[in-house]
Ligand binder design. Structure first.
Ligand SMILES: [Zn+2]
Length: 222
C-alpha cells in the first residue's frame, strides 16, 4: 500500500526535508489565527524560543539509561491515560490531549497512514518504525505538562511584551507556540534528528489530497 499516489505530490512532500525545523515552526505559527499580521522574522523568533522551551522541558537528550518516555518531571501530575481508536484520518487528527478527562486519544488509522508515508517518502532514517505513535504520545504529554503547570513558563520563554507600564509588564500569548514547543519536546525526548513537524507538514498535505480525492469520487450532499 502506498499513501502518496501522485509522483509529483511525493516530490513536493519530499522537498519539505530541505526546510529546516525552525522555518517549519514559523510556518506552523503563520497558519494560526491571530498571527496573520506578525512578520516572518517575529514568527521565526517565537518558533525558536518555543522550540528551546519544549526541548528543555523534555530534559537532556536520551542516551545511556534514558527511556523513550523522556525525563520530563511530571511530579504532581500523573501521566494521562492513553486511549487508542480509529476515526482520525477524515479530520486529519493524529492525537489529542483531553485535559478535562486527563487522557490522550491516539488515532490508529492516522498513525498507520503516517508510518506508510515515512516509507513512501524515504524518511525511515529520520523517523524509525514506531516513531509516529511514540512522537504523538510525547507531543500530547508536553501539552499535558504545559497545561498542568508550565503555561506561565512558556509565556515567559517567549518574552513577547504586549505593553509595559512602569514596572508592570504584560506578556503576550502567541497562538500555536504550545504546538511548536510540543513538537520540540517530542524531538528531544525521542532523540530524533528532525522534528515531527516535518512529518506533520507532509502528512497534513497528503491527507488533504487523499480526502479531496475521496470526496471528488464519492460526492455527498452537505
Ligand atoms: Zn499539539
Amino acid at each position: 500500500m502506498t499513501v502518496v499516489d501522485v509522483v509529483a505530490e511525493a516530490a513536493a512532500l519530499r522537498a519539505l526535508e530541505d526546510v529546516d525545523d525552525a522555518e517549519l515552526g514559523a510556518r506552523l505559527l503563520r497558519g494560526v489565527p491571530t498571527n496573520e499580521s506578525r512578520s516572518d522574522e517575529e514568527l521565526l523568533r517565537h518558533a525558536t524560543r518555543a522550540t528551546a522551551f519544549g526541548a528543555e522541558l523534555a530534559g537532556p537528550a536520551p542516551g545511556g539509561s534514558a527511556s523513550s518516555a523522556g525525563s520530563a518531571s511530571s511530579a504532581g501530575s500523573p501521566s494521562p491515560e492513553i486511549v487508542e481508536h480509529e476515526g482520525g484520518l477524515e479530520a486529519a487528527l493524529l492525537a489529542q490531549y483531553d485535559a478535562r478527562h486527563h487522557r490522550i486519544d491516539l488515532f490508529t488509522d492516522t498513525i498507520a497512514f503516517c508510518e506508510q508515508l515515512v516509507d513512501d517518502l524515504g524518511w525511515r532514517h529520520l523517523f524509525p518504525v514506531g516513531t509516529v505513535r511514540a512522537a504523538a504520545v510525547e507531543h500530547e504529554r508536553a501539552h499535558h505538562l504545559v497545561t498542568a503547570d508550565r503555561s506561565r513558563d512558556l509565556r515567559a520563554a517567549l518574552d513577547h511584551e504586549v505593553f509595559r507600564l512602569g514596572r508592570f509588564r504584560r506578556l503576550a500569548y502567541i497562538a500555536g507556540a504550545d504546538e511548536v514547543a510540543a513538537h520540540a519536546f517530542a524531538t528531544r525526548s525521542l532523540g530524533l534528528t528532525r522534528s515531527p513537524l516535518l512529518l506533520t507538514a507532509a502528512a497534513t498535505a497528503a491527507i488533504r489530497t487523499r480526502n479531496d480525492a475521496r470526496s471528488a469520487s464519492n460526492p455527498k450532499e452537505n
